[in-house]
Ligand binder design. Structure first.
Ligand SMILES: NC(=O)c1ccc[n+]([C@@H]2O[C@H](COP(=O)([O-])OP(=O)(O)OC[C@H]3O[C@@H](n4cnc5c(N)ncnc54)[C@H](O)[C@@H]3O)[C@@H](O)[C@H]2O)c1
Length: 273
């Protein structure tokens, strides 16, 4: 685990923290000294091919944070629900004080040819992946400005937020949208010493987001599209949640104090293809 305590005394608010990358980020940031406010909807989205986590999964995240010596508050809320999100934020502030690190990680994924993407699939993907990040920023930014302690906001986008990934049209549109939010807010918050960056994983193991419909489409698709999914780095084809969490911890820390408005890939080199 972490060999550094770069986040001692800080409080981190993480969405989508019941499992996968969100859980790894909660544990890593706690291991570096942060207190954690962990939010998740603990629900299954209507248009995805995999089950969502339960409240027990969010409790497991809390247990793993405590196991590394961290303090944690959990909250069940949907990032589409601005008031629900605000309440979990307020509960976190009541428990720990000012929140200086925000990880907008909650997201869903489903796959289809763009022209076969249903209205429901489009709307739910944009609502959670893009409006959810907007809501997170809308709650976080004014509070962080008022606190006047600076901070770091990190949005988990995807390599599909930097290039067109076949079969992920709605997802790719939502994740490109996240880059627009990040670049805008980085400009708006710089004078308050609040940095805003995005992280762009390609494939990540051990998360709920193992998109079965995606694998089927890739296997069936033409060779020239299959080639889009290969990585320069040999070995595993996916990163681990802990790899993304390590990048998030770095961006949250003063080691990244001059980095804002940036898009950081953690992608085994696939952006270079
Ligand atoms: N898994 C991958 O290969 C991969 C690759 C690139 C980017 N990402 C991105 O990483 C982030 C984390 O995903 P993951 O891989 O850990 O998958 P995951 O499904 O394990 O975790 C996502 C979490 O977000 C939560 N969530 C979903 N909708 C929500 C809502 N409306 N309100 C609150 N919480 C909600 C889920 O309940 C879940 O706990 C997502 O933004 C995803 O798009 C994942």
């Amino acid at each position: 685990m972490a060999s550094m305590r770069r986040l001692e005394g800080k409080v981190a608010f993480i969405t989508g923290a019941a499992r996968g990358q969100g859980r790894a980020e909660a544990v890593r940031l706690a291991d570096e000294g942060a207190s954690i406010v962990a939010l998740d909807s603990c629900a299954t989205a209507a248009t995805v091919a995999y089950p969502g986590p339960t409240a027990a999964d969010l409790d497991q995240t809390a247990a793993e944070v405590r196991a590394v010596g961290g303090e944690v508050v959990t909250g069940v809320a949907d990032v589409c629900d601005l008031q629900g999100l605000q309440k979990v934020w307020d509960d976190g502030v009541a428990a720990f004080g000012a929140i200086e690190v925000v990880v907008a990680n909650a997201g869903i994924s489903s796959a289809n040819w763009l022209w076969e993407t249903s209205e429901e699939q489009w709307e739910e993907t944009l609502a959670i992946n893009l409006t959810g990040v907007f809501h997170t920023m809308k709650v976080a930014a004014p509070a962080m400005i008022r606190q006047a302690r600076g901070g770091s906001i990190i949005a988990i986008s995807s390599t599909a937020g930097l290039k067109g990934v076949p079969y992920l049209g709605a997802y790719s549109a939502s994740k490109h949208g996240v880059v627009g939010l990040v670049r805008t807010l980085a400009n708006e918050l710089a004078e308050h010493q609040i940095r805003v960056n995005s992280v762009h994983p390609s494939a990540v193991d051990g998360t709920g987001m193992d998109v079965v419909d995606m694998h089927a489409l890739v296997a069936r698709g033409p060779e020239h599209l299959r080639a889009r999914f290969s990585n320069p780095l040999p070995g595993p084809t996916s990163a681990q949640p802990s790899d993304i969490a390590a990048t998030v911890a770095w961006l949250a820390s003063d080691d990244a104090r001059f980095i804002t408005g940036a898009q950081i890939p953690v992608d085994l080199g696939t952006m270079a293809r």
